[in-house]
Design a protein around this ligand. Structure first.
Ligand code: 13P
Ligand code: SF4
Length: 336
């Protein structure tokens, strides 16, 4: 998204401002805590952030939890340790607050797979359908949607609608196909996917399961159908975390971004967590966008109150209606 703030930050980057050496003797954890108090800022972090960032956050959650927290905070500044669509959602809900993202380039392959102008034409081909969009999309796509959902409430939101309601589901074809299957729906799916969750190797996971017969295989619904078919439990990051705490099993093969393992290990220190192997030669199932944020960038972002998320007011208002609908429905359906 190119706007004045982006241009300003790029200008500062060119001048080397963001590369300023941070005093190596500085305790960044203490500095971030100090800045939070000084600026009345809340630090929200997704489970896919690096462990240091999770450890200094005020709230760690999945996309729904983070949106709910952003909607209810009375802090003056929201520092969002996550990706652009998450910080953008926080801004849509909080027009008068400053919303900061440590690295403005932290995007999302799923969000990028659905450009608003192309989606508008897709929508025109299905005039009698409503649009349910996964929160992993741009404000432009949200503005073209009727209801937003996340991985923790998508199924319940779809199922609360009449069975004959025609629906376009965007942008994640894997989450959409999973809901079509479990809810016996025929939603029209946009052909988008997450680069991290499409990377897992069915063959390697099958072998890993054979070598660890007592381990439960748990997966995020952004994974492909073949993987979800062999999963013992499917859920959002928060739901996966809760499941590992409550299950009697002592070991788990986890098919989602590896950042979540930090909380799983912290909350169940006696259990074993094995990251599901990807279909490549390295073990890199980290999200390259999420991992653009670092403790150093977080510190600089809080110190200088930059980079900031901004957007035109008409776009914000159009994108807010389907997010509000999601938040109302989540309350009504008792999710989150
Ligand atoms: P949840 O936060 O809903 O589990 O989704 C995971 C994800 O991919 C966020 O980008
Ligand atoms: Fe996007 Fe996938 Fe990264 Fe989540 S894990 S931010 S869906 S690319």
């Amino acid at each position: 998204m190119v706007n004045n703030t982006t241009a300003a930050v790029e200008n500062l980057e060119r001048k080397g401002f963001l590369d300023l050496e941070i005093d190596p003797t500085l305790d960044l954890f203490a500095e971030i805590e100090r800045l939070k108090k000084e600026k009345n800022a809340i630090l929200l972090a997704h489970y896919y952030q690096e462990p240091d960032i999770q450890d200094v956050a005020d709230y760690i959650g999945d996309s729904l939890g983070l949106a709910q927290k952003a909607a209810s905070t009375d802090a003056d500044i929201i520092v969002f340790a996550g990706v652009h669509f998450m910080a953008e959602t926080a801004k849509i809900l909080n027009p008068t607050k400053k919303v900061l993202l440590p690295d403005l380039k932290a995007g999302c392959s799923l969000s990028d797979s659905c450009p608003p102008a192309v989606f508008q034409r897709f929508k025109e081909k299905h005039p009698d359908h409503i649009v349910i969009s996964y929160i992993n999309c741009s404000a432009g796509i949200k503005a073209l949607s009727d209801i937003i959902c996340t991985s923790s409430n998508a199924r319940k939101i779809v199922e609360h609608l009449p069975e004959d309601q025609k629906i376009i589901f965007a942008p994640d074809k894997n989450l959409g196909a999973y809901i079509n299957k479990v809810s016996n729906r025929k939603m029209v799916l946009w052909n988008g996917a997450c680069m991290v969750h499409e990377l897992f190797s069915l063959e390697k996971i099958t072998r890993l399961k054979e070598r660890n017969p007592d381990a439960e295989f748990i997966a995020h619904p952004e994974c492909e159908d073949a993987l979800l078919n062999i999963a013992d439990f499917i859920g959002s990051t928060t739901q996966l975390l809760t499941y590992t705490k409550e299950s009697k099993s002592n070991s788990f093969i986890v098919a989602t971004e590896t950042g979540i393992l930090h909380q799983m290990e912290k909350q169940s220190p006696d259990k074993t967590f094995i990251p599901a192997p990807p279909d490549n030669s390295c073990a890199c199932n980290d999200c390259p966008h999420m991992k653009l944020n670092t403790l150093e960038k977080l510190y600089l972002c809080m110190k200088h109150k930059l980079p900031e998320i901004t957007m035109p007011e008409d776009l914000r208002l159009a994108a807010k209606t389907p997010i509000d609908k999601m938040l109302e429905l989540s309350k009504e359906l008792g999710i989150g």
